[in-house]
Design a protein around this ligand. Structure first.
Ligand code: NDP
Length: 329
């Protein structure tokens, strides 16, 4: 029988999410890969338990995580039922999203109210929950009025099926428009989930300004560029890595010589700071208070354990930041 570590909240730093009252752990765990029906359930279960024992209170899902789609939510629901029972629900922040293809036909993806509301109901059934803490529009829909998509998020709140709403993959302008519409409807957006890492710096082009001006939190996803920003690929593509898996979203051609030479150069900076490459990459994101929490993935408890240590040193000298920028440009 799982007994959560009693010292878990002393092990973690928590940051306020934008202007809200919600505190999130500096590191959150995402269940996109390694928690699906094709994966080893007991490994997924150990990672969730280990994360919670270290003070990771926030678990990020989406309707389509798996494969097969939906199976990560089903497995997470099984883990909650086995280990967390009802009474720990109030200590957890559970997020889900809808936006990408989930079922066939015209109502199975994008941003219509029909899709978002049905998808949230399905997610709750799979996880066996009454509500999620954060419900996201997973991507902007060019063919649905933004008022309808935001209206669906507000309806999720009004129905009690979500406590907060978020946006993911909306660029700076789309975010500004969505925030204005939500405000007219009397709702604040809690958080934005963009792809952001040392290798993908698009949010610096305006999105972060919009979030700061509007008091919206930021949770970067794929902070390790799906594993590139680690020591995983320094000596080729391991057979059990994401880049080697047919269902993985890291394509072998992305493990390029150029990327690996950048990772080697970053390693010398990480070594000098007595950090691993992944710790350096996570700490680099955590260096500003605007980043509420960094949303990592992992395929083992060892990786998680390594990554959580990044919180021990998130200060960077101007010289280090300049050296990093020189490597990345
Ligand atoms: P990361 O960039 O953190 O990549 C995680 C992968 O990196 C792991 O699966 C593992 O790869 C490798 N890795 C992690 N730690 C280590 C380590 N210490 N040493 C060596 N390798 C390591 O994040 P993800 O791409 O997994 O994304 C994180 C989360 O973000 C997702 O689970 C999801 O919740 C969210 N997300 C949201 C999206 C959106 O559109 N909103 C899109 C994508 C993700 P390996 O499996 O090869 O061991």
């Amino acid at each position: 029988m799982y007994q959560p570590n009693k010292e878990r909240y002393e092990k973690m730093n928590y940051r306020r999410c934008g202007n809200s009252g919600l505190m999130l752990p500096e590191i959150s765990l995402g269940l996109w890969h390694n928690f699906g029906g094709v994966d080893v359930f007991e490994n997924a279960r150990s990672m969730v338990r280990f994360a919670f024992d270290q003070g990771v209170t926030h678990f990020d899902l989406a309707n389509n995580y798996g494969p097969p789609p939906g199976s990560a939510e089903e497995n997470f629901g099984r883990i909650l039922a086995k280990d967390f029972h009802g009474y720990l629900r109030d200590e957890l922040i559970i997020s889900t999203k809808a936006g990408y293809r989930m079922w066939p036909g015209p109502y199975g993806e994008w941003g219509s109210k029909k899709y978002l509301i049905s998808s949230l109901d399905q997610s709750l059934k799979r996880m066996k929950l009454d509500y999620v803490d954060i419900f996201y529009s997973h991507r902007p829909d060019p063919n649905t009025p933004l008022e309808e998509t935001m209206g669906a998020l507000v309806q999720a709140l009004d129905s009690g099926k979500a406590l907060y709403v978020g946006l993911s993959n909306y660029d700076a302008e789309q975010t500004r428009l969505a925030l204005d519409i939500l405000e007219e409807m009397g709702v604040s957006c809690l958080i934005h989930q963009p792809k952001y890492s040392m290798f993908v710096r698009d949010p610096e082009e305006g999105l972060l300004d919009v979030l700061r001006e509007n008091g919206v939190g930021c949770i970067p996803f794929s902070p390790l560029a799906q594993g590139l920003l680690t020591d995983r690929y320094l000596h080729g593509i391991p057979a059990d890595s994401r880049a080697a898996k047919s269902h993985g979203f890291l394509h072998p051609e992305e493990v390029s010589e150029h990327r690996i030479s950048q990772v080697r150069a970053l390693k010398s900076i990480a070594d000098a700071r007595e950090q691993s490459i992944s710790q350096l990459a996570i700490a680099w994101l955590l260096r500003t208070s605007q980043i509420t929490t960094v949303l990592i993935g992992a395929s083992s408890v060892d990786q998680l354990s390594n990554n959580l240590k990044s919180m021990q040193n998130t200060l960077f000298s101007p010289e280090e930041l300049m050296a990093i920028d020189n490597i990345l440009t």
